[in-house]
Design a protein around this ligand. Sequence first.
Ligand SMILES: NC(=O)c1ccc[n+]([C@@H]2O[C@H](COP(=O)([O-])OP(=O)(O)OC[C@H]3O[C@@H](n4cnc5c(N)ncnc54)[C@H](O)[C@@H]3O)[C@@H](O)[C@H]2O)c1
Ligand SMILES: CC(C)(O)[C@@H](O)C(=O)O
Ligand SMILES: [Mg+2]
Ligand SMILES: [Mg+2]
Length: 347
Amino acid sequence: MKLKFGSVEENVVTREEFPLEKAREVLKDEVIAVIGYGVQGPGQALNLKDNGFNVIVGQRKNSKTWDKAVADGWVPGETLFEIEEACQRGTIIQFLLSDAGQIALWPTVKKYLTPGKALYFSHGFGITYKEKTGIIPPPDVDVILVAPKGSGTSLRRMFVEGRGLNSSYAIYQDATGRAKDRVIALGIGVGSGYLFETDFYREVTSDLTGERGTLMGAIQGIFAAQYEVLRENGHSPSEAFNETVEELTQSLMPLVAENGMDWMYANCSTTAQRGALDWWKPFRDATKPVFEKLYNSVKSGQEAQKSIDSNSRPDYREKLEAELKELRESEMWQAGATVRKLRPENN
Ligand SMILES: NC(=O)c1ccc[n+]([C@@H]2O[C@H](COP(=O)([O-])OP(=O)(O)OC[C@H]3O[C@@H](n4cnc5c(N)ncnc54)[C@H](O)[C@@H]3O)[C@@H](O)[C@H]2O)c1
Ligand SMILES: CC(C)(O)[C@@H](O)C(=O)O
Ligand SMILES: [Mg+2]
Ligand SMILES: [Mg+2]
C-alpha cells in the first residue's frame, strides 16, 4: 500500500496485505538455503522454520557456528550441510556470510546458481560494490534483498515475542518474473513486521551511514564525550553513567520509541524543556559536518573498501577483538556492567 510519511508517499507491504499463508503458498516448492550462521543466519533461519517454510542451513563444519546450529536444532545431513551442499540443494540461496566472507565464498556459490534460482542478500554491499567484491550473478537468476533494520538477535527475539522488526526490500534482477512475490514472501517469512521498498544502492549507503552514525558510532562518541566531561568535573562514575546512558536506555528511549521525541520533550520538566530546546540545534550544527564527511566516505566507496580490506585479513577476528576489548574495558562500560547488575530485575 501507499502510505504518507510526512508529506512523502512511499510503498510499504504489511502482514495484513501479504499474510503468512500467501507467503507459504508462494514458496511451497522452494528449498531455502541459509548460508552462514553468524548473527542474521540464526534469526532468519529459525523464524523461517517456525513459520513453516522448507529451510536448510549451510555452514562450515568444525566451526563454532556449526555447533551453534546443531544446538539450535538443525540436524546434520537433514537440515544442516556444508556450504557447498546447501547451495546445491537450495532453490533460494540466502547469502548471509559476513560481507567480506561473501567475497571469498562467491566462486563456490556461483557454481550452484542454476537458471531460475534466487540469490538473496540482507545488505546491498556485495552487489553495489561489485567492482570490489567480484559478485556478479548470472543473468538467469533472481537477485533480491530483504534487510532487517536491526540486529539478528532482535529479529529473533521480537518474533518470539509476537512482534516484528521492520525490513527493507529490493529487487536487483527479476529473471523469473517471480522476484517480487519471492522477495515479499521471504520478507514476511523471516519475521518482518512490515517491509518498505528500496534499492541495493540506497540500502547499503543508508545502512553504512546509520551504523557508523546515530545507531552506534555517533552515539558512542556522544556518550563518551559527555561521560568524560562529567568525570573531569568531579562526578562519580555511577553518576556520570546514569546521567549519560542508563536513564536514556531505561527510561527515556522506551518512551521516545512509543511516542516520539516531540512527546518526550512535552512530558519532561519545563526546566528540561527550556534547556533541551536551546541545546539541540548547537549539537546538530556541531555534528552535521561529521555526518557529511561520513556520508561522503560511504558514497565514494571508501567505507566499503576499508571494511573489505580489514575484514578479509586472516587475523581480522583477533584485530577486531583487541579494539572491542578497549571499549569493553573503558571506565564508562565497566561502570555500565556494574549498573546493569544493580537493576532489580537482574538480581
Ligand atoms: N549482524 C546483523 O544483525 C545484520 C543486520 C542486518 C544485515 N546484516 C547483513 O547480513 C549479512 C550477514 O551478516 P552477519 O552479521 O550475520 O555475519 P557474521 O559476521 O556474523 O558472519 C556470518 C557467518 O559467516 C561466516 N564466515 C565469515 N567469513 C567466512 C569465510 N571466509 N568462509 C566461510 N564462512 C565465513 C562466519 O563464520 C559466520 O558464521 C551481511 O550482509 C550483513 O551486512 C547483518
Ligand atoms: C544491526 C545493524 C547495525 O543495523 C546492521 O546494519 C549490521 O551491519 O550489523
Ligand atoms: Mg549494516
Ligand atoms: Mg543495519
